[in-house]
Write a protein that binds this ligand. Structure first.
Ligand SMILES: Nc1ncnc2c1ncn2[C@@H]1O[C@H](COP(=O)(O)OP(=O)(O)OP(=O)(O)O)[C@@H](O)[C@H]1O
Ligand SMILES: [Zn+2]
Length: 476
């Protein structure tokens, strides 16, 4: 079945067809790094992480780019307040962001371009817009002339006339029309600045995403994402700049996440109603946070409440219990090729739930529905283990394989599967090392040497030291 995605641009669910078969190029707007990451940001980045993981699971190679806005009004303002150098402040919060994402098991983007490292590219982009007649220089900066771009409003639905109603150019602003936005801002005293054809200054906000996304992903690519608040003006302006510059369609699918809400309001730095990821991680396992986010579809608003978090915590515990039940059952499981009624019942329940999982994820990455399927598998395998005296290994394995898929796509139970695999292997190697030591004591050197040689063939090298035998993995 094909994957269908809701495209903000067309306001419809569409069949997903990447430009190049087998590959997805996606760009997600990254953070402005002037403060700690909060749960609202995490909601958006976990959602895109799961979208990316699912596309990879379905066999696509995903090339993912996320920018860092490391120079901006907010950064300059914050740096003034703290007395820090804006560059150092941005660097510090950028590092915290990466740490927080890693703690939340969000896979890193392939490329994280920063504005301050792409000033030349941005200047080139603005110059092209000038050459094409879409940009003009004003007293305090270079502006994009919105009225020149005929398709303006196609993403957000805003109308130029409405934008103009009651709006005016403020005194001191060098733009011609109230809706025009800055591509380049001329430096004010004491602000970070770079040389440009328009004198010293720095880029406007929107231009960075047009410049850096096309630089790394090409003039057209598949997915562009961000939170709902970015649809207007940020993404609308990004489209205007890029399509004015290239003269053709830029992004095929626009995906936007719903807000994380607190008491009916968006969680945000400016409202001061935020909880940082760091605070959350002191209280909850990162997987609880992931599950909390995944319990809602990414486009729906998500209310942050204590009960919601507790609910996620309980659900995660239920799933870990099931995994533990499977592990214990595996130990006494029977390797038999005869199936009875119970086996078929369990198998069919797992098969049906698996189908539901894929149908839900194919339907615009509906993780909320997909999770229901996970609990169905959990229920079915628990029932099976309870009902039969000796579970069949092959049935348990079906459930375990399903949970491995969940692990890969949802970023849950990763340590569980990793530790289990590594743990099993280490125990077996340890066992062989002990047996070999006994053989040597009995002076059966031929067999002891054979164990050593055979392990070496498998990439495990034993070394006899005065403290005993140690082993390490070797590749060749
Ligand atoms: N409450 C929220 N729920 C979902 N996504 C959010 C929320 N707050 C911010 N985001 C998303 O996080 C990403 C990074 O946002 P950015 O760094 O611009 O945050 P910000 O606007 O400075 O933060 P704030 O909104 O708290 O002032 C954007 O895609 C934005 O839409
Ligand atoms: Zn952006």
């Amino acid at each position: 079945m094909a994957i269908r995605v809701y495209n903000t641009l067309t306001r419809e669910k569409e069949e997903f067809r990447p430009i190049r078969e087998g590959e997805v190029r996606m760009y997600v707007c990254g953070p402005t790094v002037y403060d700690y990451t909060h749960l609202g940001h995490a909601r958006t980045y976990i959602a895109f992480d799961v979208i990316r993981r699912y596309l990879e699971h379905r066999g696509y190679t995903v090339l993912m780019v996320m920018n860092f806005t490391d120079i901006d009004d907010k950064i300059i303002r914050r740096a003034r307040e703290t007395g820090e150098d804006p560059k150092e402040l941005a660097e510090r919060f950028l590092r915290y962001f990466l740490e927080d994402m890693s703690a939340l098991k969000v896979k890193p983007a392939d490329i994280y371009p920063r504005v301050t490292e792409h000033i030349e590219d941005i200047i080139d982009f603005v110059r092209k817009l000038e050459e094409r007649g879409y940009a003009y220089e004003g007293s305090d900066g270079v502006y994009f002339e919105v009225a020149k771009f005929r398709d303006y409003g196609k993403l957000s639905g805003v109308k130029l006339e409405e934008l103009r109603k009651g709006a005016r150019v403020e005194p001191g602003e060098g733009k011609r029309n109230p809706e025009d936005f800055a591509l380049w801002k001329k430096a004010k005293p004491g602000e970070p600045k770079w040389e440009s054809p328009w004198g010293e200054g720095r880029p406007g906000w929107h231009i960075e995403c047009s410049t850096m996304s096309t630089k790394y992903l090409g003039e057209s690519f598949d997915i562009h994402g961000g939170g709902n608040d970015l649809i207007f003006p940020h993404h609308e302006n990004e489209i205007a700049q890029t399509e004015a510059c290239t003269g053709h369609r830029w992004v095929n699918y626009w995906l936007h996440t719903g807000f994380l809400m607190v008491n009916g309001e968006k969680m945000s730095k400016s409202l001061g109603n935020f909880v940082t990821i760091r605070e959350m991680l002191e209280r909850y396992d990162p997987e609880v946070i992931r599950l909390f986010v995944l319990q809602r579809h990414y486009r729906s608003p998500l209310d942050y409440t204590e009960e919601g978090m507790e609910h996620a915590k309980n659900n995660l515990e239920r799933l870990y219990n099931t995994l533990e039940n499977i592990r214990v059952a595996m130990e006494k499981a029977e390797v038999s090729f005869r199936w009875g009624k119970e086996e078929f019942e369990a198998y069919e329940a797992i098969r049906d739930a698996r189908e539901k999982f894929y149908a839900a994820m194919d339907d615009d990455f509906n993780t909320a529905e997909a999770l229901k399927a996970v609990f169905e598998v959990s229920g079915a395998v628990n029932r099976y283990i309870r009902e039969v005296e000796r579970p069949k290994e092959s049935v348990l394995r079906k459930a375990l394989e399903f949970f491995k898929t969940i692990s890969e796509v949802f970023g849950l139970f990763e340590d569980y599967f990793r530790e289990r695999k590594a743990g099993d292997e280490e125990a077996l190697i340890g066992l062989l090392v002990d047996v070999r030591a006994k053989l040597r004591k009995e002076r059966n050197f031929a067999l002891a040497d054979e164990i050593r040689a055979r392990l070496r063939e498998l990439g495990v090298q034993l070394e006899d030291t005065p403290e005993g035998t140690v082993w390490k993995r070797v590749r060749v």
